[in-house]
Design a protein around this ligand. Structure first.
Ligand code: ATP
Length: 369
């Protein structure tokens, strides 16, 4: 069990140990510090519960990951990555806050903001589709979230309605960073010419793909050693021009939202999240994601085909935004050439006319219907 704890680096609360701050390290929490309440749901390696801090009476969502299960499934890297990315996004508006982590003999615990209103998917499914005002508001919040993640060199890689949670005021909180790629300078490579069209090996039925989540261990070292210029990584440098090459013929994420370049070559850049954003805009307005099929293979073919069908009545500005986000070539995707920290070209798209990005998270979201 020690190996899980160290591989996932779960033992610490993440509190700063800088010399000026040593005295404020809070005492280690344990399950006894919380009263566990209703069961919220399960993930591939976890169960999530509503819990109340016995001292502060504050509510949290606690994700409990059984160590035995993580080891059996060899998912130490997944858990470590989720913790690291959550930690990086903590206290950033629009993200689930990781309050602390701790462990006991059996389990690892992630204490997180409780998103009272669940995830976005049931809302889309219930109303069938969002009206344009509502879509505009929620997409604007997601643009801000992408700016924040990509500024910190975090690519989520699994943006989809199930991973967009809603707080008590119906503002979005991005969750589930188990698939995230956190770029380090030495892992960045310059854009590489796309390989010829290839679907790789056949995959199973529609599914979320976690099987390649240890692609960070790059066994495919060819082409991965070049580093970006400093500018590409520095805050304020070019936003989209850093790429990471994972394993060929594999992907991390969910079939319906995976970008063509990830499918083709395993190239990951922030533009992969912009592609997913385009899929989500389409889904909010039409009720279904743009690329569908009875199994992953069919979905992948759709994604790589470059064909996009819009149902009648699809808002014209929204359609244009989706088309700009769903460009096959990542470097042509709207926002991919913007400086890090602000997707100015996305913000300036006519679909967002009337949106005040500076105050959007303080506004009351339009009702969902
Ligand atoms: P996987 O682990 O395979 O990615 P998942 O994202 O569904 O799947 P979890 O993150 O463990 O797995 O989440 C399980 C359930 O708990 C989901 O229904 C999710 O919406 C819900 N959930 C997760 N985090 C929170 C939270 N902070 N607040 C409220 N609900 C949450």
């Amino acid at each position: 069990t020690l190996s899980v704890a160290s591989a996932a680096n779960i033992g610490s609360t993440g509190a700063s140990t800088s010399p000026t701050n040593v005295a404020v390290t809070p005492p280690k929490k344990s399950p006894n510090d919380y009263i566990f309440g209703k069961y919220i749901g399960e993930g591939s390696f976890s169960n999530v519960y509503l819990a109340v801090d016995v001292n502060t009476k504050r509510e949290y969502a606690i994700k409990v990951c059984e160590k035995r299960h993580i080891i059996r499934e060899d998912k130490q890297e997944y858990v470590r990555r989720e913790r690291e990315a959550l930690h990086m996004m903590t206290n950033v508006p629009g993200f689930v806050n990781l309050s602390c982590t701790f462990q006991d003999r059996r389990s690892l615990y992630f204490v997180m903001t409780y998103a009272k209103n669940g995830d976005l998917l049931p809302y889309i499914n219930k109303v069938g589709s969002f009206d344009v005002d509502c879509t505009r508001h929620y997409v604007a919040e997601l643009v801000l979230a992408c700016e924040q993640m990509h500024y910190r060199n975090v690519v989520h890689r699994d943006l989809k309605p199930e991973n967009i949670l809603l707080d008590e005021d119906m503002h979005t909180l991005i969750a589930d960073f188990g698939s995230a790629k956190i770029f380090k300078p030495e892992e960045c490579i310059n854009p590489v010419k796309p390989a010829p069209f290839s679907l790789g090996r056949r995959s199973g039925r529609n599914s979320q793909n976690r099987s390649d989540d240890d692609d960070d261990e790059d066994d495919d070292t060819e082409d991965t050693n070049d580093t970006c210029s400093d500018d590409d990584n520095a805050p304020g440098g070019r936003g989209g021009l850093y790429y990471y090459r994972g394993r060929k013929g594999s992907f991390v994420g969910t079939a319906q939202y995976v970008s063509p370049e990830v499918l083709r070559n395993g190239f990951v850049s922030p533009a992969a999240d912009l592609w997913a954003l385009g899929c989500i805009v389409y889904q909010m307005i039409s009720g279904l994601p743009p690329f569908r099929g009875s199994n992953d293979y069919v979905i992948f073919r759709e994604i790589l085909s470059g064909d996009l069908d819009f149902p009648q009545g699809f808002d014209k500005d929204a359609e244009d935004l989706v088309r700009q986000l769903l460009k096959i070539r990542p470097e042509e995707r709207l926002g991919s050439q913007d400086a890090k920290g602000s997707y100015v070209s996305i913000r300036a798209h006519p679909f967002f006319n009337g949106i005040d990005f500076a105050t959007i998270r303080q506004q009351t979201p339009p009702p969902i219907y």
